[in-house]
Design a protein around this ligand. Structure first.
Ligand SMILES: *Cc1c(COP(=O)(O)O)cnc(C)c1O
Length: 464
């Protein structure tokens, strides 16, 4: 066995990586051409790579490291739990203290009567749980045909067969025979790209009413649930028009279907409240959580379920569960993360100080000639790149070309910002300071300048 450590030269690590490591969501040709970036350590909001270069991580990893990197308390909580009870399962009438404590804490934090938690190892797993849970719920109530779940195009709910079917990512559905049967998709509330000549308000209503039409077409007696992210994340941080969520709630109130809020990104303070559904004013029966639940320090997810659904489920054996449902180490880490979020008043600070400050810096980018709109909800934001902002035009070049150029310019300037097509997105750690927000905005502006001149040089500034 060779010793593979941080001390190997970058080139050697890259060669060992490409020999044996298969990467998620990565094109093999890009990887072969450029090699992977090797990240070696992180502190606060700053990543360091194997060349010793620092980056401000405006994505908090993958939307998850909400309390920032390098919190020893979480490492200590994990070590303590590993020594005491590294693993035991929660199947077959068994439990352990970390699962009890975390379920109770989540019930306390979650709004209304969302009082019961089914644990999973990730957001994808939790949404797979939700598919089976809502269908089992209706079957238990004597309606086994009420099993269609309505999701949204360009929504993201995970990458397993079930959760990717709930999501509406075209590229994912194109591989591996998705979606599974009895999943239906309506359009997303993305006014910038799809609103045409309608006003944002009208467009929001129109997109919400697609839900009502879908329920009518499919038949209420066949629709089990509607699932949505309060603010779409992976789809490009799409902040819907103000009219959208109240209309969705009105439609949901009028029909007997279950509502699943996918809070995997929005949960635990990202939008300035504990949950994104509180921010947009939506009352779900089930919330999917993961990511920020442990700030990414341990893999854990779950479904937080209302009294009524939990009660009905309790009348049968739900033939479902994961080896790592309620993993004690992951639960202990999540508990410590939630303690820090509460005791340090981080969610409050986001709402009162950090998000308003970020919003000012972020929306100022809309003045840049390459930027059409800059939107933000709490601590998740996006900007739309455009060759012509007066027309909300898309680029003539293939979607994502401009975004990729901008992302690379960000890396060169010490900033991790992701692109979704030709939208640039951020979701920084919630603990980012105002000085770090200034740095983020400076580097983003610089990267936009560089991207703009490259796009001009390469003749890519024409509209499609
Ligand atoms: C990331 C994500 C998921 C999937 O979570 P994993 O832990 O990657 O399985 C589900 N829903 C949303 C909204 C997400 O952003």
């Amino acid at each position: 066995m060779i010793q593979i450590s941080n001390h190997l030269p970058t080139g050697e690590l890259q060669a060992l990586d490409s020999a044996h490591h298969m990467h998620p969501f990565t094109h093999g040709a890009d990887l072969a051409a450029n090699g992977p970036r090797v990240i070696t350590r992180a502190r606060g909001v700053t990543l360091t790579d194997s060349e010793g270069r620092d980056y401000l991580d405006a994505m908090a990893g993958l939307w998850c490291v909400n309390i920032g990197y390098g919190r020893d308390e979480l490492a200590d909580a994990a070590a303590r739990q590993m020594r005491e009870l590294p693993y035991y399962n929660t199947f077959f009438q068994t439990t352990h203290v970390p699962a009890i404590a975390l379920a109770n804490t989540l019930a306390e934090l979650a709004p209304g009567d969302l009082n019961h938690v089914f644990f999973a190892g990730s957001g994808s797993e939790a949404n797979d749980t939700n598919i089976r849970m809502v269908r089992t719920y209706w079957a238990q109530k004597g309606k086994p045909d009420k099993k269609v779940i309505i999701g949204r195009r360009n929504g993201y709910h995970g990458s397993s067969v079930g959760s990717a079917s709930l999501g509406g990512m075209r590229g994912m559905h194109a591989q591996g025979g998705l979606p599974i049967p009895d999943i239906h998709h309506i359009d997303q509330p993305d006014w910038w790209s799809e609103g045409g000549e309608t006003s944002p308000g009208e467009f929001g209503l129109e997109r919400a009413r697609q839900l009502e039409r879908a329920i009518a077409e499919i038949g209420e007696d066949r629709v089990a649930a509607f699932i949505a992210e309060p603010v779409q994340g992976a789809g490009g941080v799409i902040v819907p028009p103000e009219t959208y969520w109240p209309e969705i709630q009105r439609i949901c109130d009028a029909h007997d279907i279950l509502l699943i809020a996918d809070e995997v990104i929005c949960g635990f303070g990202r939008t300035g409240n504990w949950f994104g559904s509180q921010t947009v004013g939506w009352r779900p029966h089930i919330m999917t959580v993961a990511k920020g639940l442990s700030s990414g320090y341990a893999p854990i997810g779950g479904s937080i379920v209302c009294d009524e659904v939990a009660e009905v489920l309790a009348h049968c054996e739900f033939n479902h569960g994961y080896t790592y449902s309620g993993h004690p180490v992951a639960c202990a880490v999540a508990l410590e993360n939630l303690r820090i979020l509460r005791e340090e008043g981080i969610v409050d600070r986001v709402a009162r100080e950090t998000a308003p400050y970020l919003e000012k810096a972020w929306t100022a980018l809309a003045d840049h000639p390459l930027v059409g709109e800059a939107r933000l909800k709490g601590m998740m934001g996006s900007i739309a790149l455009t060759p012509d902002k007066t027309r909300r035009a898309a680029f003539a070049a293939p979607a994502g070309s401009a975004g990729l150029i901008c992302r690379e310019a960000c890396f060169e300037n010490g900033l991790v910002m992701r692109h979704v097509g030709d939208r640039m997105i951020i979701s920084p750690p919630l603990v980012i300071s105002q000085a770090e927000v200034d740095t983020l905005a400076d580097r983003a502006a610089k990267a936009l300048d560089i991207a703009h001149s490259r796009l001009r040089d390469e003749g890519l500034m024409s509209a499609g």
